[in-house]
Design a protein around this ligand. Structure first.
Ligand code: OOB
Length: 561
């Protein structure tokens, strides 16, 4: 690694880095080189299927090097941040690998993000370029980027896939292939989004060394090989479909990634049948939609070996239906973009597969389960999960004061999850202490949405809590106290939030007005009391936000049956 680490990146202490290298976890490879090796070894194999396009490993590598050359021509270089916001299309992987080759850092945004989030990512990372689609799902990303650029002049280059208008067209940046084999493996490879902590979204710096280790081991644990055909049904930029084992695991193993642009049951079943898909990764909400789908029996899903489910709590009764319904194995995955990933293993008993969230990837994943005072709980008891290891970050990007709270003094990451551990090491997620709503796998930081609500002049107090939902697992409910009764309606508040340019999934599914929010003895809003209102529905009349995001859709789980 060059003498000075990237500004805002917290490296592992040297003795840990030395140990991780010694044990072969960090092997000095970078993510681009891993792909290039595949292109050398089996150039003709199909790497990516996207709609009617099929790219071989050789073509994939060549296109990535061509795009890297084009990016370099417009001035993108090592350590530059480049925001990536693309739907599930092959160009997503091309752009990633082109940036990896250059040593530039993709900043992963989700297609659902809007002006508020994108503006924040661009400003916080001082991104110099972005790669976007022209339009998707009726939304014009160019128009949004124009607004973002008006506020952030760091963003000098905009690259558009499709109709570029005044911006660079992706196709015009496919120059003669760039030679080279990418950066030092100790460099930060990209900035990933945190699944929600407090306040503004946090960015996660992952190095080539640490990430590739988790990818290689995930591919091994999940038994991937050249015959693996993986359906990417979740947003491709999310950590789960990217690396657990996800597309990178598949590229590492020489298999094929099939991109689903839509993840409704019918589109995906058709792809599974056509491409003979063997593996896919779902959030529980999507798994449920697929299970409930009436069209399932019309498709031949017999190629499936395994369906992975993770990202949010999987109910036991849903887990039990998976093997029969899809004629394949279920694998539970409990992971986080910050690092630690757990898998149930192929040889696990039904009891472990159905009832636990698996074992960590690495023998060097250190797990501590503690009480509120950071004291380890008795074996088998529920506590806060803390973790440290060869692919778990030591700090968020440019977030010094937050890092002091999110990590212990000796470098353990406070996951915010409450778990217990079985004698064999399998973890069971029992709940969470962090203040977020896990809406079908999409994480919503309560504080962030509360901040937007409090910006409304009529709002005196606001609290966002999770409410149970049959399809998404959780939906969001905002409890609001107004300065004067009836000064604003739920519909007006939802509209106000949308106008602030936040992702649709963050707009509360329901807004309820209270004269005052309940407080705890120390004066904090009593969210437990607010959540308890959902246990007694008669006491809490529902006031859904009319015409808001209150349909069951989210980009993680687009459709109900
Ligand atoms: C994955 O990553 P993120 O960063 O979007 O969210 C992480 C959080 C975890 O801390 C936990 O609260 C929740 O999502 N979670 C689960 C879970 N898997 C994740 N909660 C209950 N059961 C599970 N199986 O969501 C992610 C990253 C890599 C692989 C898989 C999921």
């Amino acid at each position: 690694m060059s003498a000075t680490p990237l500004d805002g990146f917290v490296p592992w202490p040297p003795e840990f880095a030395a140990r991780y290298r010694e044990r072969g976890y960090w092997n000095g490879d970078n993510i681009y080189r891993s792909l290039a090796r595949g292109a050398q070894a089996h150039p003709e194999r199909i790497a990516i299927v996207c709609a009617q396009r099929r790219w071989s490993y050789a073509e994939f590598d060549r296109r990535a090097r061509r795009f890297a050359a084009g990016l370099r021509r417009i001035g993108v270089g090592p350590r530059d941040r480049v925001l990536l916001q693309l739907p599930n299309i092959g160009e997503h992987y091309l752009a990633c690998h082109a940036l990896f080759l250059l040593g530039a850092l993709p900043v992963f945004a989700l297609p659902a993000h809007r002006r508020a989030e994108i503006g924040y990512f661009v400003g916080h990372t001082q991104a110099r370029a972005c790669v976007i689609a022209d339009r998707e799902g009726g939304f014009d990303y160019r128009a949004m980027i124009r607004e973002v650029r008006a506020e952030h002049d760091c963003l000098s280059d905009v690259i558009v896939i499709g109709e570029a208008e005044e911006f660079h067209s992706f196709d015009d940046l496919l120059d003669e292939p760039l030679q080279g084999d990418g950066p030092d493996a100790g460099e930060v490879a990209f900035l990933q989004l945190s699944g929600g902590s407090t306040g503004v979204p946090k960015l996660i710096p992952r190095t080539h060394d640490d990430y590739l280790y988790s990818v290689r081991e995930s591919a091994r644990i999940c038994g991937l090989d050249g015959g693996t055909v993986y359906l990417c049904a979740l947003p491709a930029a999310h950590n789960f479909p990217m690396s657990s084992p996800g597309a990178l695991g598949v590229f590492h193993a020489g298999g094929c990634v099939v991109l689903a642009r839509q993840n409704d049951p019918e589109s995906c079943f058709a792809l599974i049948q056509r491409e003979r898909v063997t593996l896919t990764a779902l959030v529980p909400a999507l798994a449920l939609a697929w299970l409930e789908s009436r069209v399932r029996s019309r498709y031949d899903l017999s190629s499936l070996d395994c369906v992975q489910i993770g990202g949010a709590h999987l109910a036991g009764e849903v887990a039990r239906r998976v093997p029969d319904a899809f004629g394949c194995r279920l694998q539970q995955v409990f992971g986080m973009a910050e690092g630690l990933v757990n898998y149930t293993r192929a040889g696990d008993s039904d009891e472990l597969t159905l009832g636990t969230q698996g074992l960590p990837i690495s023998a060097d994943d250190e797990i501590r389960i503690v009480d509120d005072e950071d004291v380890e709980v008795a074996p088998g008891a529920v506590g806060h999960l803390l973790t440290r290891g060869p692919y778990t970050i030591r700090g968020y990007y440019r977030a010094e004061s937050h890092n002091a709270r999110a990590f212990t003094a000796d470098g353990f990451y406070r996951t915010g999850d409450r778990v217990r551990r079985l004698p064999g090491g399998h973890l069971i997620v029992e709940g969470r202490a962090k203040d977020l709503v896990n809406r079908g796998g999409e994480k919503i930081a309560a504080e962030e949405v509360e901040g937007y609500l409090l910006a409304h002049p009529a709002v005196f107090d606001a609290a966002l809590v999770a409410m149970p939902d049959r399809w998404l697992g959780e939906k969001s409910c905002a409890f609001v106290a107004l300065r004067e009764p009836a000064q604003a309606t739920a519909r007006e508040l939802a509209q106000f939030l949308r106008e602030r340019g936040i992702a649709g999934y963050k707009v509360p599914d329901r807004i309820e007005f209270l004269a005052a929010l309940p407080r705890t003895a120390v004066g904090k809003i009593d969210k437990k009391a607010l959540r308890a209102r959902f246990d007694a529905p008669a006491a809490a009349p529902a006031v859904p936000v009319a015409a808001s995001a209150s349909s069951y859709s989210s980009s993680f789980a687009q459709a109900t049956p």
